[in-house]
Design a protein around this ligand. Structure first.
Ligand code: GDP
Ligand code: MN
Length: 358
């Protein structure tokens, strides 16, 4: 019995929707991928694994977005790896939405990225990377192809899934009133977000009513292994949800606090004058404006995006991961180090019972 054999080994027992249940595949949800034509091979590998481990049982549609036109070759190649009844949407992002806005001062931008490049901030000289971070922060969920959806599961080229996910993840979000799902927490390069925290505090000072009294504040503030980060950011540890995997309830992004915050950040220009990532931006917004109990760690999803991996603990008799992601290998759950801040989430946000599970 496949279902029985692959029960999740965490307290995820209530309200699970399995493949033959009435609600299976019925959430207003899409798998979302921002990709370039040249990422074809890597996105196909990711889709194959998504289908094999999850979506063959739930039939959720895919939405592909690109700042360029998708080629016929790309679209045909995607169609070949999914069943013929799978809904596929291919969309173009308008250049007014994607490109660096004219409000960014060109000379200042050039100077800033030169300086950050000397500090070895990754990708800082790639303008498309700045565009991508801004797009994923403030614009993706406004794309016409996403208007009728409530949830997106972000899928990046080249990632790996290792274990079967036998329940409907979107219905899990829906039935448990979750607004965000993640698998890994990391510290960021503080030089890339030098003024993000102070800018955030400025916003909060003018809009204190947006703060959620149940926010995950401690998670933003535990400087653990990186005492120098506070000096650079002015108070933020840089710990963030690693957004290359994220399951998002778009209603949160479409809410007033989130959108006002995005407008405020955009006006400050830090997506270009610095290299604010969508990960710290989204994480700060969630930790401040959302109830932390509505943010879910999918510790049971075996996931890899180079160079990090989340490996769930499987029941001893389980074939859920088929040896592909070593059961019980909690990379890198337990060990607080200069990259991994998952233990900070475990320490402050999870309750005693959950914490004692490993
Ligand atoms: P990293 O994970 O931080 O190294 O960044 P990636 O290069 O993986 O980019 C993050 C996501 O945005 C991936 O899904 C990429 O396919 C996508 N992406 C990044 N830059 C571009 C771009 O210029 N155009 C398009 N269409 N997608 C992009
Ligand atoms: Mn990536």
């Amino acid at each position: 019995d496949v279902v029985k054999n692959s029960q999740v080994s965490e307290p995820k027992v209530d309200n699970l929707v399995y493949k033959d249940d009435d609600l299976a595949g019925q959430a207003k949800a899409t798998i979302l991928s921002l990709v370039r034509n040249e990422d074809q091979k890597e996105i196909i590998s990711a889709i194959r694994q998504m289908e094999d481990h999850f979506n063959k049982n739930f039939n959720y549609p895919y939405t592909f977005l690109n700042d360029d036109e998708f080629t016929e070759e790309f679209k045909e190649a995607i169609k070949e790896v999914v069943p013929t009844d799978r809904i596929l949407q291919f969309g173009r992002i308008e250049s007014e939405i994607w490109d660096r806005p004219s409000s960014i001062d060109d000379e200042k931008y050039q100077q800033c990225i030169e300086k950050l490049d000397q500090e070895e901030v990754q990708y800082v000289k790639k303008e498309s990377y700045h565009n991508m971070c801004r797009f994923y922060s403030k614009n993706f969920y406004k794309h016409p192809l996403l208007q009728d959806y409530k949830y997106t599961w972000r899928l990046e080229p080249g990632i790996n899934f290792y274990c079967d996910i036998n329940y409907d993840v979107f219905q899990f979000m829906e039935l448990n009133n979750k607004i965000y799902g993640f698998v890994l927490n990391l510290y960021d390069s503080p030089e890339s977000i030098r003024s993000l925290w102070t800018t955030t505090m400025e916003f909060i000072n003018s809009n204190p009513e947006y703060l959620n009294s149940n926010g995950a504040f401690e998670w933003l503030k535990d400087n653990g292994q990186k005492p120098n980060n506070f000096n650079i950011t002015g108070g933020y540890s840089t710990c963030h949800f690693w957004t290359n995997f994220e399951i998002t309830n778009l209603e949160f992004l479409r809410s007033e606090p989130y959108e006002k915050f995005m407008d405020f950040l955009d006006e400050k220009g830090g997506f270009y004058y610095e290299r604010w990532g969508d990960a710290p931006v989204r994480s700060i917004a969630l930790a401040l404006f959302a109830d932390k109990r509505r943010i879910h760690w999918f510790r049971d999803i075996g996931y890899n995006h180079a160079p990090y991996t989340n490996c769930p603990k499987c029941p001893p008799d389980s074939n859920r991961c088929n040896g592909n992601c070593k059961p019980g290998h909690f990379t890198p759950w337990k060990e607080l180090n200069i990259e991994n801040c998952q233990p900070v989430w475990i320490k402050y946000i999870m309750n005693e019972e959950e914490r004692n599970l490993y």
